[in-house]
Design a protein around this ligand. Sequence first.
Ligand SMILES: Cc1ncc(COP(=O)(O)O)c(C=O)c1O
Length: 378
Amino acid sequence: MSGRPTWAEIDLDALTRNYRTLASLLRGRSRLIPVVKADAYGHGAASVSMALARAGTTAFAVALVEEGIALRDAGISGEILVLEGAFPGQEDEVVSRAFTATVFSPDMVRRLEKAASSRSVQVSAHIKIDTGMNRLGASWHSLASLLEALRDAAHIRVTGTFSHLACAEEEDREFTLEQIRRFRQGLGRIREAGIDPGEIHLANSAGLLYWEELRGWTARPGIALYGYPPSPERCPAELRPVLTFKSRVARIQTISAGESVGYNRRFIARRKTDVATVPVGYADGYRRSLGGKAKVIVKGRCAEVLGTISMDMITVDVTEVPDARVGDEVILLGSSANCRVDAASWADALGTIPYEILCGISPRVPRIPIHLPSADCG
Ligand SMILES: Cc1ncc(COP(=O)(O)O)c(C=O)c1O
């Protein structure tokens, strides 16, 4: 690789295994719709989707029409469900790119119907029911006007119905049970209106992993596919992180006790210290707030990040790694035999969740797919 030696390896073999592990939880003829929004949670939507298609995936979920367009342009021909639906003015793209729309208001239905009828084509749509997230969807108790609009829309075919769970990873099962009850009521209302709800899906990763009763329906896992189960301590499946964030030592120098390192002199050496400079910083998603908390892996050993994280560089104490040399690989997120520094440990240190860490690795970090599955996969 030429250029700055900082990159993220995307292990497509781990991804494929995670996909198969999750698919094996399903019952009957249900399927997975992998969630590849936000550039596949920072993993690179095109190569991730290609690998999943090779493993047998027939449908993908994105948040935005724009993300769907990028997938089509990358050659993904499978079904693409746009979870947030079309914003006004995007209906024509939905129709022309043969996306599966999400609909949750009569207005949306009318705009989509207009775009489809002007091209004299049928467009598929999934109904989104709000069962308590109170974020997006038609409320489970007041679906009448949406259903009426759908009955009048000759060019829209309802092929699915879904909702989203707020807290399926939590030990307290009460609210998820309530969401399931509300979802079933919503499905009942759709059927009463003479509309077939089509493919039914409710489970995200947590729903699929921790709610056996949802495994007979389609599931939309995101984070688990990338190897990070919500509530890892009680995960019923073995999942492997797909992304490893790496760089290389650019410089090593020895400083004396009393010398400081980096902005605002946040680190003062108490002993003679070997300091390695690594070309990655907060502009790459190596979060500044990790200063004083982060570790990396050099030659299989854990090494502490020193002082303030800069925009483009970090500094690492390699005193205990005496054979460290310029050019050595540094694992920023990943593991060795004795040391693990992953998105979950960053998330713990930063008071956030692995999703935000993974999505936060910036576009200037090249994603390098590795272990491309062979053609016989799936
Ligand atoms: C509507 C919807 N379905 C599924 C998912 C996937 O969730 P997870 O990554 O927790 O599996 C998301 C993610 O935010 C979502 O918004």
